[in-house]
Design a protein around this ligand. Structure first.
Ligand SMILES: Cc1ncc(COP(=O)(O)O)c(C=O)c1O
Length: 463
């Protein structure tokens, strides 16, 4: 770490933070006596805190974001160049980086054609919800307004996005929520035994059929959209079971339901393909993305649709209410698409999708080795460099470990200079999955270090 911040009196920064900053997803009582963590600098896969201590970041900025790693001068240069030329104009007009990034993005998304810029994952999802609602009014006499979401999935923090929130601890105390959002069951095969009627064989198709059951119960003529994560992130790193997506797609087509894939976490390479849904041959109507779009170098999120969806919003140009009457002020910032273009160039030129697949397989193998050594690991799952290890008290009953113990494992990794994650205030009783999402530049040596820290932490906590 360079000396700049030290010279600026870091203890003053800590005091200013303690006095005035409200940290995200954090109980602040402990800061009355202890210090908040302040991250001062980042390079490649490492970050440094206020005490100059280095950590290997196995969670890409805490929340699956910094896909190309820290300290990318070429992104900073691209953003600077754009900002001095033009920093902003409302999104009712176009911009050079907006047009060029859209073209590049769409070239990686066969079947999709239009990019709507926003500034957060929650907001991108809200756009898709609004489009589905408007289509219901324009085409179906205001009937097909219901939007289905899945147990354990998360789509954001605004009241609209929380209305589609399948993680009860995120939602608790923030209701009442928006009407016409309806929950469908999760598809976590490891916990299929807790779902009534789940078969031992063919679970994926059965899990998709549970969605159909909900559609039939609600009335297909009332259901306009289905919103799903391709691989569920904060709900426990849930990879879809075999046969699931084919059946989901079939059900959506059968009942004329628009399929919205939330790629806020999986998008831009996290699972080894540009988008998570591309592993499963899905043809979505909406794809939303945020975190990895510019790897956190600028705030940018997108709601991408097909030309078929887009066409519905210009059918009757003489009707003043016919088009999508929505704006996002900061969706017009040019730093986002400028950073995103350079982010994609890096992913391509450095072969980061290939590295993600290769290192993801290596890491999955190493997590399985850990599971052989530590009884407490009940299940290992994930895709690419998006992996999880579920901790259980007993492999037979699969009873989750107390979340405090899972958090202790994270703390013990931190004590060894490695930042890993754990499902946090998510599904009641199931905040027990360790989460890993190193940057797509991770090497074998980085992964070995993450695994060794976890190994030692598990030994310290569980013996
Ligand atoms: C799958 C998913 N969708 C949406 C969001 C919300 O994104 P944001 O925090 O940018 O609003 C998140 C955030 O963690 C997420 O994991």
């Amino acid at each position: 770490m360079d000396g700049t911040l030290r010279d600026n009196d870091i203890s003053h920064v800590v005091e200013a933070d303690r006095a005035h900053v409200w940290h995200h997803l954090t109980q602040h009582k402990p800061f009355e006596t202890g210090e908040p963590r302040i991250i001062v600098e980042g390079k490649r896969m490492s970050v440094w805190d206020q005490n100059g201590r280095e950590f290997l970041d196995a969670v890409s900025g805490g929340v699956w974001t910094v896909n190309v790693g820290y300290g990318r001068e070429s992104i900073a240069d691209a953003v600077r160049e754009q900002l001095v030329k033009l920093n902003y104009f409302a999104g009712s007009g176009g911009s050079i980086p907006g047009a060029l990034f859209s073209e590049k993005l769409i070239s990686k998304m066969p079947g999709m054609s239009r990019v709507y810029f926003t500034n957060s994952g929650s907001e991108a999802n809200e756009k898709a919800f609004k489009m589905i609602r408007q289509i219901a009014h324009k085409k179906y006499g205001g009937k097909k307004t219901k939007i289905l979401y899945r147990d354990r999935d998360y789509h954001g923090t605004t009241i609209g996005a929380l209305s589609a929130g399948g993680q009860d601890e995120r939602n608790a105390q923030y209701g009442p929520f928006a009407p016409d959002f309806v929950k469908v069951p999760h598809c976590l095969e490891y916990r299929a035994f807790e779902q009534e009627g789940a078969p031992e064989e063919g679970y994926g198709v059965w899990a998709a059929e549970q969605i159909e059951k909900v559609i039939l119960r609600e009335g297909p003529e009332t259901v306009g959209g289905l919103c799903l994560e391709p691989v569920t992130a904060g709900g426990g790193v849930i990879t879809p079971p075999e046969g699931y997506w084919e059946k989901v797609q079939e059900i959506c087509r059968k009942y004329d339901i628009l399929l919205h894939i939330d790629e806020v976490v999986c998008g831009l390479g996290r699972t080894g393909t540009w988008f998570g849904y591309q592993h499963y041959g899905i043809e979505p109507d909406f794809v939303t993305m945020a975190k990895g779009v510019a790897s956190g170098y600028a705030a940018i999120a997108c709601c991408v649709t097909t030309e078929r969806v887009f066409e519905m919003f210009k059918e009757n140009a003489s009707d003043p209410l016919d088009y999508f009457r929505d704006i996002s002020t900061f969706g017009g910032c040019t730093a986002g698409p400028a950073a995103a273009l350079e982010n994609m160039r890096i992913i391509e030129d450095e072969g980061l999708l290939e590295n993600c697949t290769k290192m993801g397989e290596y890491m999955l193998g190493r997590l399985h080795e850990l599971a052989e050594k530590h009884e407490v690991i009940g299940d290992v799952r994930g895709k690419g460099l998006f992996l999880g290890a579920e901790l259980v008290e007993d492999r037979e009953t699969r009873k989750p470990v107390d979340e405090k113990l899972a958090q202790k494992v994270v703390a013990e990794c931190g004590a060894q200079g490695v930042i890993i994650g754990v499902t946090n205030r998510s599904v009641p009783g199931y905040n027990n999955t360790l989460c890993y999402s190193p940057a797509l530049i991770a090497t074998k040596a980085d992964i070995d270090r993450i695994i060794e820290a976890t190994d030692e932490a598990l030994t310290r906590v569980f013996g």
